[in-house]
Design a binder for this molecule. Structure first.
Ligand SMILES: [Cu+2]
Length: 130
């Protein structure tokens, strides 16, 4: 009587362990899927494969982007107001981009803080490795 109840207790423990392991496994798969689909490459990571900057609601998106040196980065203005993307060090300047318009900047090696010259509180950084 004592013996058999001990066995079934062990059995229950084993069963629980298997269930927990099974749960951990499917969690791992879910993480893999989200890692593949994750588009959240941003600050201080490897250069983006097809970098682009969008302007929405008076914000640069992303406002911190790493590209390859010499990369040409399209800048799209999705706002109803005109904007620019103007490097503070003079490396690049889109000039005025009208609402719905598009321009391209070529990013030389280095760190380049930029602003919108019409709305100087709009800020971002484009970086390129040498
Ligand atoms: Cu602006």
């Amino acid at each position: 009587m004592k013996c058999s109840s001990l066995v079934s207790a062990r059995c229950a423990v084993l069963l629980t362990a298997v269930l927990v392991l099974g749960g951990a496994c499917s969690d791992g798969q879910a993480e893999d899927v989200s890692a593949d689909g994750g588009a959240d490459r941003g600050a201080n990571s490897a250069p983006a494969a097809s970098p682009a900057v969008a302007i929405e609601n008076f914000l640069f998106k992303p406002d911190n982007l790493t590209v390859k040196a010499g990369a040409e980065v399209p800048v799209t203005n999705g706002d109803d107001a005109a904007h620019t993307l103007t490097a503070s060090d003079g490396s690049f300047d889109t000039g005025t981009i009208e609402p719905g318009g598009k321009a391209t900047v070529k990013v030389p090696a280095g760190d380049h803080p930029y602003i919108c010259s019409i709305h100087p509180y709009m800020k971002g950084v484009l970086r390129a490795d040498a």
